[in-house]
Design a protein around this ligand. Structure first.
Ligand code: IVH
Length: 695
């Protein structure tokens, strides 16, 4: 059979693959280098998957420059050696951190070039000195064929698989790039990526993962990732790249580019898709180098990555050639350092600090040391495991690091300098602030104080939580006011709230009579509450609203909850071993019980009942999501009614959702429900379900 007209032909696979690769490379460049994505992530993923599928169907069309090749190489046994076509030189370092560093360099250059006082200033390029590791990227016919570390300058290691995972590095170059091009630059890790990586590592270690460690600094983490034999692991370590020079390049006589200046070369690299730091600039003579050094020094902490100095290079390539090299260092370039972000000092003591939510953090008290531009006397040890892993002890000599706004950190202990034999650090089993028990739950890295109601460190949080709309509700008692009341010493624990009078309040700044009266009224109103609200308001770890309701229903009275043994607590639906233990520990703290008693003495009451055998409930086992504006019920009211009828209310729609109750202006949750095929009902239908007898 013949169709009357031929259907339009789909492009041949080879053609489509080429288009997809071009598009994906372009979008990756916009996203990772220019920071200007042109399409949503989902669209990128779609194109990527289409390419993956086509390449799987046509293995003969595979190519090393395909974006799909950034991940998924096989683990190696060892790296192959690479002999550099052009040696990777090092650079003379000016350690004098004062302005004279730049002056001395300029003087040397002028002398070598035979310039006198009357001659014009030499033109330089001023760059950042990135704190990562040097890499040589080799492109042949526009395709990345090899990436190598510096090694000893003559021979490095072939780390192509790992370098391919760096999205900022182009896998393919535009048509105007030379036949052979080696780009040199620094692979580094951004500080935020480094912090996130270490956080993930800490979690893995806390969960008992073997062979995992945290990294000392971004440079170390970057070097570890580049020299990782398993590219799948390397791909999870977010690396970045800046280009700052070239190695072998097709010579001008053979059709290669003919640059006059280093700056021109950098701009061309940028046009070929390589990230070149925006701060890179030309500078006339020593004075402008000094200005650059000062300006960059001030901005250093705000950069998203570490630099350890700046680099000055003679701009003219002809002059560079004239200046030449001494041993392995060019005479035309110098690195000018900044004060280090890591220093050595002594640990005088290890204190334990208690945070607003009761988290205990060990902190090393240090002999004052100037690091990263400030004097540091405290450095966090994060938690007990970290303190032990680093084995920090009183009297030890340690390396402290401070970079950017990050809290100073003890990086490592210099064990050979340990003279004293102080014992290993152990977390105290009681809170250093209030003396309540400090406990560490299974699977958690942190110890927490369990005296939430009494502990001075947790006062503000405890009061805010108690006063919350969904807890005991004290209208108007928010962040600022709590801050004021506690800081003025007027309120220490919850019962103090009920002892407040007009005179105490009148003494507070910005507290008009009217607001004082309003607060007193709200406090008066809060005296009459319900057991679930009160239980929730105590801020017991893991006891949310729903659990508080179940506890109240099950036990009927506060005393019954407070005195319940763990086995009895476990009988409550919604209460597992962690919650039961948390309740038990909380009520075992004499200080917490005292506060509860005082609250009752202050007249805080609620109707108590008998332990209730649970009546069959119409909505039990059903999960609801409430969205939009309902005609008569507020969202809180609807939630209360559903929960009172045994249902659960969740915040987001998933396959486990039974009903979405949608009002007007329901947005993404409604769409999600429709996508997942979850039943959508209105308020009237909900009310009908609530009224129906239990099945
Ligand atoms: S130029 C011939 N420029 O510092 C000059 N190096 O030995 C070769 N570095 O580990 C280096 N930022 O990776 C140059 N803007 C920059 C740099 C830079 C960091 C590193 C380089 C090497 C060391 C210099």
């Amino acid at each position: 059979m013949f169709a009357p007209t031929e259907p339009r032909k789909a492009p041949a696979p080879a053609e489509r693959i080429a288009t997809l690769r071009d598009q994906l490379n372009e979008h990756a460049h916009r996203y990772y280098v220019l920071d200007e994505p042109a399409i949503p992530d989902a669209e990128y993923d779609r194109l990527f998957q289409e390419l993956q599928a086509l390449e799987a169907q046509h293995p003969e069309l595979a190519s090393p420059d395909s974006p799909t090749r950034r991940v998924g190489g096989k683990p190696l046994d060892q790296f192959a050696s690479v002999r550099h076509a052009v040696p990777m030189l090092s650079i003379r370092t000016e350690t004098d951190t004062e302005a004279t560093g730049a002056k001395n360099f300029d003087l040397r250059v002028r002398k070598e070039l035979g310039l006198g006082e009357g001659d014009p200033p030499v033109e330089y390029v001023a760059e950042l000195k990135f704190d990562g590791l040097a890499i040589n990227l080799r492109y042949e016919h526009g395709v990345l064929v090899q990436a190598a570390t510096r090694g000893d300058g003559e021979t490095g290691e072939d780390v192509t698989q790992n370098i391919r995972t760096i999205r900022q590095i182009p896998l393919r170059l535009p048509k105007d790039a030379p036949r052979i091009l080696e780009v040199r630059g620094e692979v580094y890790m951004r500080r935020d990526h480094f912090e996130a990586l270490n956080e993930r590592q800490r979690e893995k270690i806390a969960k008992g993962a073997k062979g995992e460690k945290t990294f000392v600094n971004p440079r170390n983490a970057a070097a570890g990732a580049v020299r990782q034999l398993d590219p799948a692991i390397a791909a999870q370590r977010p690396l970045s790249f800046f280009a700052y020079g070239v190695g072998e390049v097709t010579p001008p006589g053979e059709g290669g580019p003919d640059f006059d200046t280093h700056f021109q070369l950098l701009l061309t690299l940028r046009s070929w898709g390589f990230p070149v730091a925006a701060q890179t600039q030309t500078a006339q003579g020593a004075s402008e180098l000094i200005a650059f050094h000062e300006k960059t020094g001030r901005a250093r902490d705000q950069l998203p990555y570490d630099i350890d100095g700046v680099v000055y290079k003679v701009n003219s390539l002809a002059l560079q050639k004239k200046l030449g090299f001494v041993t392995r260092e060019p005479r035309w370039a110098v690195a000018h350092k900044y004060p280090a972000q890591e220093q050595m000092t002594k640990v005088l003591a290890i204190d334990v600090q208690v945070g607003r939510t009761g988290k205990l953090t060990p902190v090393a008290k240090l002999a004052p040391v100037f690091v990263g531009g400030v004097t540091v006397t405290n450095a966090t040890l994060h938690n007990e495991d970290e303190a032990r892993r680093k084995d920090v002890r009183i009297g030890d000599t340690v390396i402290v690091r401070r970079a950017g706004d990050v809290i100073p950190e003890v990086v490592s202990v210099l064990l050979d300098k340990r003279t004293q034999h102080a014992p290993q650090f152990t977390m105290p089993r009681t809170c250093p602030v209030c003396g309540s028990a400090a406990v560490r739950e299974e699977g958690e890295a942190d110890y927490r104080c369990t005296g939430g109601l009494f502990c001075a460190a947790q006062r503000k949080e405890a009061i805010l939580h108690y006063a919350h709309r969904r807890a005991v509700e004290i209208e108007g008692l928010g962040d600022k006011l709590v801050e004021q009341l506690v800081d003025a010493g007027v309120v220490r624990t919850l019962p103090d709230l009920y002892r407040l009078g007009l005179t105490a309040l009148a003494g507070l700044e910005r507290m008009a009579d009217k607001s004082a009266n309003n607060l007193l009224d709200a406090l008066e109103k809060s005296r009459q509450t319900t057991l679930p609200r009160f239980l929730f308001g105590l801020g017991i770890r893991h006891v949310g609203e729903a659990t508080a309701k179940e506890l109240a229903r099950h036990f009927g009275s506060l005393d019954a909850v407070m005195d319940a043994r763990e086995e009895q607590l476990l009988e409550v639906s919604d209460v597992g071993p962690i919650v039961a233990q948390s309740l038990r520990t909380f009520f075992d703290q004499p200080h917490n019980r005292e506060v509860v008693e005082q609250l009752r003495a202050c007249g805080v009451t609620w109707p108590e009942g008998k332990p209730a055998a649970r009546a069959p409930q119409p909505l039990s086992g059903k999960t609801f999501v409430i969205t939009g504006t309902l005609p008569t019920l507020s969202r809180d009211e609807a939630k209360d009614r559903v929960e009172a009828a045994g249902g659960k209310v969740a915040g987001s729609v998933s396959k486990k959702t039974d009903y979405v109750v949608a009002g007007t202006e329901a947005g993404s949750k409604l769409t999600k429900a429709q996508e997942l095929g979850v039943a959508v009902i209105d308020e009237a239908a909900l009310l009908a379900m609530l009224a129906a007898p239990a099945a």
